[in-house]
Design a protein around this ligand. Structure first.
Ligand code: UDX
Length: 450
């Protein structure tokens, strides 16, 4: 109900007196989705990124990544004159609300997040913004960052009122439009009623439609995001841990997950057993929470969180071992067809992709790996040129000794085992996502493992 009426309301857009000037710093995945979302709410938006090529593409209404539905809204927002792009901080100084949406990747060789882009963005804005304005962090950061950024802003701005707020996002790749315009909840980490009111004005159409809002302090707002992701990761690792017990005892994990899911307190979502989680958020956030607990000296908490990651990574080894078994003990000299490169369906993102991890490990053990993915092959090729890539499922499977399904795209779930039987060398299939119907594959003469 709420979702439909929000859409209707947004198509009417805000009264001109309610429109705010909004800047978005960082035109990556989150920033672009947020900038388009803000323009769709009716605000005047300028998005800034230091990468000039990205800005040129976005100004020409071209999305630099794959995201269903976002390209169309980008075009509409630009054509309506609600959204512009720039590569200069000077152009965003006048905005009333600045959203910092830059990346916080995992630091190489550490479990901590790399905060250099966040620090730069706040410092650059603080030097230019005269106020009254708020600078709102959306990036996922370790607890304590907002307070530090508030100090930076306090020291560098003089005169007008400029405050820091934290407003984490919970955007899922493949659902960016829905998650931005119809979020499950809004979190405002603020230090004053004034900053809260300004954020309420930004999200007015969404709040009016009944979206739950939690107004809190900086530290809580920062922790909500990592806790939410760590909890989702824990659900996946939990069902994967139980899957191992099922495997050892002859129990079936899928009906078990279904049975658990009927309990409202548990719920069925994120109880999908298989190759585990990847992507730019869940693994990084679990590790960041682990690093935080360790730094605080909370050893038991740290051990608990560490196991979420350990169980998840062990799934990749298990898939590799199952594949080796199906091949009679070795990957050396065998042909392996890998279906899926993206860390999950409906994205071209291959960051920390379980599918790519397994494929490259099989390659290192001597297999000739041919991979197919509906949209993520270009991203995969950039990081792993050593693997072969095929334009269709059938060409990837030609002469294969083993077919591994590692990302659960719908087109893989629907594929016809009889058709593949005619092109492979041996009918061995490893279903890394519990996405296929085993009876169908077995009936077509395949040896099926999941
Ligand atoms: C996640 C959070 O869902 C989102 O709220 C946050 O803002 C960013 O991080 P995303 O990284 O896009 O979003 O992916 P998500 O849909 O959460 O999936 C994460 C991973 O878990 C994927 O690799 C997926 O394949 C895996 N997964 C998901 C499972 O292995 N089993 C499941 O049951 C569900």
């Amino acid at each position: 109900m709420r979702r439909d009426s929000t859409r209707a309301k947004m198509s009417q857009s805000l009264e001109s007196s309610d429109r705010l000037r909004i800047s978005v710093i960082g035109a990556g995945y989150l920033g672009t989705a947020h900038a388009v979302g803000m323009a769709q709410l009716g605000h005047d938006v300028i998005a800034m990124d230091i990468e000039k090529e990205k800005i040129a593409r976005l100004s020409a209404c071209e999305l630099p990544f794959f995201e269903p539905g976002l390209g169309e809204l980008l075009r509409k927002s630009v054509e309506a004159g609600r959204l512009r792009f720039t590569a200069s901080y000077d152009d965003v100084a006048e905005a009333d609300v600045h959203f910092v949406c830059v990346g916080t990747p995992q630091l190489p060789g550490s479990f901590n997040a790399d905060l250099r882009w966040v620090e730069t963005a706040f410092a650059e804005l603080a030097r230019r913004v005269a106020g009254p304005a708020i600078i709102v962090g959306k990036s996922t950061v370790p607890v304590g960052t907002a307070r530090r950024m508030a100090e930076v802003v306090r020291h560098q701005t003089d005169g007008g009122r400029v405050e820091v707020a934290w407003n984490p996002e919970f955007l899922r790749e493949g659902h960016a439009v829905q998650d931005t315009l119809q979020p499950d909840r809004l979190i405002f980490g603020v230090e004053s009623r004034w900053a809260e009111q300004l954020l309420r004005a930004v999200y007015q159409p969404i709040i009016e439609e009944g979206c739950p809002l939690v107004v809190t302090d900086y530290a809580t707002a920062e922790l909500v995001k990592v806790s939410a992701n760590a909890f989702l990761a824990m659900k996946i690792s939990f069902i994967n841990a139980v899957a191992q017990i099922c495997e050892a005892t002859g129990a079936a994990v899928l009906p078990l997950a279904e049975a658990l899911g009927y309990d409202d307190r548990i719920g069925r979502r994120f109880l999908g057993p298989g190759l585990g989680f990847g992507g730019g958020c869940l693994p990084k956030d679990v590790r960041a929470l682990y690093a935080c607990a360790t730094e605080l000296g909370l050893d038991e908490v740290a051990t608990f969180i560490r196991q979420i990651d350990a169980i998840n990574l062990s799934r990749r080894d298990r898939a590799l071992a199952l594949g080796r078994e199906l091949l009679g003990g070795t990957y050396a000299g065998r042909r392996v067809c890998v279906l899926g490169a993206a860390f999950k369906p409906n994205t071209d993102d291959v960051r920390d992709s379980p599918a790519l991890a397994v494929a490259t490990a099989a390659h290192r053990e001597g297999a000739r790996v041919t991979m197919h993915d509906p949209v993520a092959m270009n991203s995969a090729r950039l990081v792993h040129p050593e693997i072969e890539y095929a334009d269709t499922i059938v060409t990837a499977a030609r002469e294969a000794d083993l077919v591994m399904l590692l990302t659960d795209w719908t087109e893989f779930q629907d594929m016809d085992p009889a058709l593949l039987s005619s092109v492979v060398r041996s009918r061995n299939v490893l279903d890394g996502r519990n996405a296929l119907t085993p009876e169908r594959w077995r009936a077509a003469g395949w040896t099926y493992r999941a």
